[in-house]
Design a protein around this ligand. Structure first.
Ligand code: FEO
Ligand code: CA
Ligand code: CA
Ligand code: CA
Length: 677
């Protein structure tokens, strides 16, 4: 770590100003091209997208709310991976959620309290994952509509369970009486790019989709029964309808469980074999899921060894031969934790293979140790192991009696509570600097952080001075924490940490809010997506760029969401700082650890259209084509009152009346150079 070269000293583009315009803006000399939009057909014979609410068959179209993404190189012909390809590949990307207002002719409807089947199936199929072939021809990227590699994975696609929870009673359903399989993945947020050419998709806000009727707590043994403690800890109280009310659909095929599976209420009139009872369905979700993007017939594998939570993303750290690799993960909810998983298997370079991809995933992702982070006031930190039988993780634990390792993994949050991990300000993406091995994690914001509850790693709580645009109190603008493993090894059980940067408007209090001294060229709020460019991005230096994407509520009076580029330093380069928080009548001062003021090493590269989030980022290996996702433009509009016309207006021509669409864009440089330098 000590020999890191901080170069280039200055980023190679002029900062894009903050903007409220309904368009993607990139620096002079760069071009943003729309590549893959909601509804785009991905099989031959599927009609072009009408974009007026009449479209169907989203299992053969792009889904909604594009999120995490990875570019995997393809050989010049055929379907074989080629990790060196810069002109042909497959994009794997997540479809986290939907803007239902634009999916139907006049928004969501219900008839007599029941959602129409045709509307619900569209909404379900708009979630999940896309795998699509893309190619650059004559300098222009496009996706290949008829490629045999194209695939949609949806909340109804069959999945396998792997790892310690496979076969556990909590996974047993009518669909899989032995608990080894499940159906679907949902609310897929950030991603993971594995060196063995697979894609990780991560189930984040899955809990909200489930219906649970009043009386179910009693049916499951009362509030203190283990299953009720678990459901409560994961945010599934009784008396809720479930997002989009899918469970209300009365399907034409009475045997279909496509909709009833979203109702987990214990069914006392279920058939003797359990048909009609979906009580365990919520335990099918909250996992890291591995997909082989080169084999459309393969069954995705849910990797239970990595624990169950609101998985934001899962990124692997540096791989070093003979060393057990680490995978870093955030649990995105207020006051949740940062985790890492360390494989039992040591890394072998031969496993960066182009065959047997999911079997290599089995080797690294099915056995190992899950840890949760505790950040200490002195700048040290501890990885606390979630291992059954150690510390409080036993049947004698007062808050929750753990039965075995599967129970610990299914209830990772309860285990982390028992271990005394540090409650963070909504952990979103993780990213590892390939030059140093240091791990960065975005903490997007936390409106429930109070002055009384600040700690050195989550040191700010304030009254957000913004009065418009969904402002929040607490840690309104978020921060980015980073850690250096002891001995610079992924196997470490301790680390040192500091805070790379604090989000804030440049006009805010420099003493206690704008701690990183942000200015008009780089002020941001609510960091979310985070990615290090591939090591070859900067030829001849050892410090790749770090890219930061925002998903903001507190700063939208000033600007739409954005993408910034950074040349980061190293843990400990800024020293300590005293921060005073005042909120709700309380005043509290803590000493935090802060990175050096970024100044010209952090610069705004892109601003998105209205009401969007910028998320998902990856590039070709030469760094010359940068793929970025624009999620939910115009999300606050309705079918009758559209609030964005992006991307139809991206070319500069007016597109009044055109409904907005989430989309993947690709950014290139006029001189054909590496993006950002
Ligand atoms: Fe899906 Fe936490 O963002
Ligand atoms: Ca996110
Ligand atoms: Ca977010
Ligand atoms: Ca989102």
């Amino acid at each position: 770590v000590a020999t890191v070269v901080i170069a280039p000293a200055v980023l190679g583009f002029t900062a894009v100003p903050k903007s409220l315009a309904d368009i993607v803006t990139v620096p002079t000399g760069y071009t943003a091209t729309v590549l893959y939009r909601l509804g785009d057909p991905i099989a031959s014979g599927v009609s072009a997208f009408a974009n007026d609410g009449t479209d169907t068959n989203f299992a053969q179209r792009a889904g909604d709310h594009h999120d995490g993404l990875t570019f995997f190189g393809l050989a010049a012909t055929g379907t074989t991976p080629d990790p060196t390809s810069n002109t042909r590949g497959v994009l794997a990307l997540n479809h986290e959620n939907i803007t239902a207002a634009y999916l139907h002719t006049a928004g969501q409807t219900s008839v007599g309290g029941a959602r129409p089947e045709a509307e619900a199936i569209k909404e379900i199929e708009c979630h999940g994952v896309s795998v699509i072939e893309v190619a650059q021809t004559g300098g222009t990227w496009s996706y290949v509509q008829s490629s045999s590699l194209n695939r949609r994975i949806t909340p109804l696609t069959p999945m396998a369970f792997n790892g310690p929870v496979r076969g556990n009673a909590i996974l047993r359903t009518v669909f899989s009486p032995t608990g080894v399989a499940g159906r679907g993945t949902i609310n897929n947020c950030a991603n993971g790019t594995m060196p063995w050419n697979t894609y990780l998709t991560n189930e984040e806000n899955w809990a909200g989709y489930f219906r649970r009727s009043t009386g179910d707590v009693v049916a499951r043994g009362g509030a203190t029964s283990k299953v009720n403690v678990s459901l409560a800890r994961y945010g599934i109280p009784e008396g809720r309808a479930g997002n989009n009310n899918w469970a209300t659909v009365v399907p034409a095929d009475a045997t279909s469980t496509n909709f009833s599976k979203w109702n987990i209420t214990v069914n006392p009139t279920a058939a003797a074999d359990g048909t009609g009872d979906f009580r365990n369905e919520a335990f099918q979700y909250g996992w890291v899921v591995e997909i082989d993007p080169f084999d459309p017939a393969s069954t995705p594998r849910k990797r239970t060894a990595l624990g169950r939570m609101n998985h934001e993303g899962c990124q692997i750290g540096r791989t070093i031969a003979g060393v057990r690799p680490a995978f870093y993960m955030g649990d995105d909810a207020q006051n949740e934790y940062i985790y890492k998983f360390v494989s039992t298997a040591v890394w072998s370079a031969a496993d960066a293979a182009i065959t047997n991809r999911l079997a290599i995933g089995d080797k690294y992702l099915d056995a190992g140790t899950l840890y949760v982070a505790r950040f200490n006031a002195d700048g040290s930190g501890t990885w606390l192991p979630l291992v059954f039988g150690t510390g409080p993780l036993t049947a004698g634990n007062a808050a929750y009696a753990f039965a075995d390792q599967a129970d610990v993994l299914v209830n990772a949050r309860l285990a982390a509570d028992a271990l005394g991990a540090t409650r963070m300000d909504r952990p979103e993406w993780t990213a590892v600097n390939p030059a140093t091995g240091e791990m960065y994690a975005t903490l997007t914001n936390n409106s429930s952080r109070t002055a009384a509850a600040v700690d050195p790693a989550n040191p700010r709580a304030y009254n957000d001075p913004r009065t418009t645009g969904g402002s929040t109190n607490g840690n309104a603008n978020g921060h980015i924490i980073r850690l250096r493993e002891t001995g610079d090894t992924s196997e470490a059980t301790s680390f040192t940490w500091d805070i790379y940067g604090f989000g804030a408007g440049s006009d805010l209090d420099a003493t206690n809010i704008n701690l990183s001294g942000l200015d008009a060229t780089n002020d941001f709020s609510s960091p979310d997506g985070l990615w290090f460019g591939l090591p070859t991005n900067i030829t001849g230096t050892s410090t790749p760029l770090m890219w930061i994407e925002t998903d903001d509520g507190a700063f939208v009076d000033q600007t739409n969401c954005m993408l910034l580029a950074s040349i980061p330093g190293i843990v400990g380069d800024g020293g300590t700082r005293s921060v005073t928080s005042t909120l709700g009548g309380a005043t509290n001062t803590v000493t935090t650890r802060i990175g050096k003021t970024p100044g010209t090493t952090l610069r705004r590269f892109l601003v998105g259209p209205k009401e969007c989030e910028i998320t998902g980022i990856h590039s070709t290996p030469d760094g010359k084509s940068l793929f970025v996702n624009i999620q939910h433009p115009g999300e606050n509009g309705t079918a009758a009152s559209i609030t964005s016309n992006w991307p139809a207006n991206q070319s500069g021509t007016a597109a009044a009346g055109s409904r907005p669409r989430s989309a993947t864009i690709v950014i290139t440089k006029a001189d054909g150079g590496v993006i950002g330098i």
